[in-house]
Design a protein around this ligand. Structure first.
Ligand SMILES: Nc1ncnc2c1ncn2[C@@H]1O[C@H](COP(=O)(O)OP(=O)(O)O)[C@@H](O)[C@H]1O
Ligand SMILES: [Mg+2]
Length: 437
């Protein structure tokens, strides 16, 4: 009996040792992976520096714009109300960075001399309704008890006046990417805010409007425009040399010494300069190139990685712009994509409309009118996602001939990553057209 028990114990012990040894070899594999990773230090020392919302302590080549804005807002340090400012220029020319930078400095200065300043930053691309814009301003000022829908706009506007006017202070409201709000909801709220100082007793409000759309001024009511653009600051595109300086500064902060070629920075700057001098693109190229270099196990970022980064950055930009579209525009684009995938050569407004309406029915949205569909097609054309020239169909009238101008794979990927559309993007036109809900 005892012997049997011993044998059992013995085999058990052997099994145990075998299992342990297996684990040890498995663990050493994993260890190898970790060791290798640790042995090869990352190219990045601080990746956050290359993210879109990082603002460095110095903004090279924007000294004049910074001075101009600081000079306008400085009135506040003497207790006056600064003029409203309208800032415009193409994407990636430093408008958002300059506005936030100067406001931050103004607030620091103010608190050093005992004055109360606050600012509220609203990016209208993500808040396209008047109501949501005001709720966002309230949140920025610390008032978070307002429901995100359901109250009349006048009510939240009154609330805003109370939240601002309880003491002597200056509040600057930055409306970034203002065109998105005005195009989808008009300029009512802007009009009301340009007049808000009439209702304020202790406090004052100054406004900063920012847009990437150079033609946007035409959309504004002349009263709003004249009040908003008491001062204008125009942001010119950066040239290759300026972008190179911006990249050098970022690379020094974000990447380990000796892991990148100067040539690579110059190339990224030159490529971004070709694309209307966009600093965001330059920084994106640098970040993605460094990621590619790491993925390839290379310990040096070279020009070759910058070239490789281009496609990935383009794809990201396209996907981001599709993700940011309003739902109805996404639905129209989805209809175009489905038609395009089925190799329909001549896509007309009528074809888009019929697929679009079926899609709305299929997914559960109410369709918009033909007129609105035509506006949406113009918007998509302005964004460079499609072209849609008007052609004559003889006695059948006129139509737009629609063509997708971005790689269909990017469009499909953007829709696949959106849970509202991920199911429908895989379907054929016939599935949508004939399968009624
Ligand atoms: N002069 C500059 N120096 C350093 N970084 C800059 C400069 N101008 C822009 N950037 C950076 O480039 C990116 C895009 O700038 P941003 O201010 O968002 O452009 P815009 O608002 O005009 O589209 C941001 O990451 C910003 O920090
Ligand atoms: Mg911006």
């Amino acid at each position: 009996m005892i012997r049997v028990k011993h044998i059992h114990l013995y085999t058990f012990a052997i099994e145990y040792v075998v299992v342990l040894m297996e684990q040890v070899t498995w663990l050493s594999d994993v260890d190898d992976i970790f060791d290798n990773l640790l042995k090869k230090p990352s190219i990045f020392t601080n990746k956050r520096v290359l993210s879109h919302d990082f603002i460095p302590e110095k903004l090279p080549h924007r000294e004049a714009e910074i001075k101009r804005l600081a000079f306008i807002l400085a009135t506040a340090l003497k207790g006056g109300k600064p003029s409203n400012v309208f800032m415009y220029g193409k994407t990636g020319t430093g408008k958002t960075a300059v506005a936030k930078y100067v406001l931050k400095k103004l607030i620091e200065k103010g608190s050093a001399i005992g004055l109360s300043f606050k600012y509220a930053y609203v990016n209208c691309r993500y808040r396209k309704s008047n109501y949501r814009v005001i709720v966002k301003i309230l949140e920025e000022l610390g008032e978070t008890r307002v429901p995100s829908t359901g109250l009349p706009t006048d009510f939240v506007l009154d609330k805003l006046i109370k939240v601002i006017d309880y003491k002597e202070q200056l509040v600057t409201i930055i409306f970034d990417e203002l065109d998105w709000l005005v195009k989808s909801s008009g300029d009512d709220v802007l009009y009301q805010l340009t007049r808000i100082n009439n209702d304020l007793k202790k406090s004052q409000v100054s406004l900063i409007g920012i847009t990437n759309d150079l033609k946007f001024r035409e959309y504004l009511d002349s009263r709003v425009l004249s009040s908003l653009s008491e001062e204008n600051i125009i942001f010119k595109p950066y040239n290759a040399q300026q972008l190179y300086d911006i990249l050098k500064q970022r690379a020094r902060m974000a990447l380990r010494d000796g892991t990148y070629d100067d040539e690579a920075l110059k190339l990224a700057a030159a490529l971004a300069a070709q694309e209307h001098g966009d600093a965001r693109r330059a920084i994106d190229l640098l970040r993605v190139a460094a990621e590619i270099a790491e993925r390839e196990g290379s310990n040096r970022l070279s020009s070759e990685h910058i070239y490789k980064a281009q496609d990935e950055v383009d794809r990201d930009v396209i996907e981001e712009s599709i993700r940011d579209l309003p739902t109805q525009e996404q639905l129209v684009l989805l209809a175009i994509t489905i038609l395009h995938r089925e190799r329909e050569r001549k896509i007309t407004t009528g074809m888009v409309r019929s697929v679009y309406e079926q899609l709305c029915d299929f997914i559960g949205y109410s369709p918009v009118t033909l007129r609105r569909i035509n506006d949406i097609l113009s918007d998509l054309e302005m964004l460079g996602i499609i072209t849609a020239p008007v052609v004559s169909l003889g006695r059948y009238g006129r139509t737009k001939l629609i063509r997708l101008e971005v790689p269909i794979s990017s469009v499909i990927r953007a829709f696949k990553n959106d849970e509202r559309f991920s199911d429908v993007i895989n379907k054929k036109k016939a599935d949508i057209m004939f399968k009624q809900k």
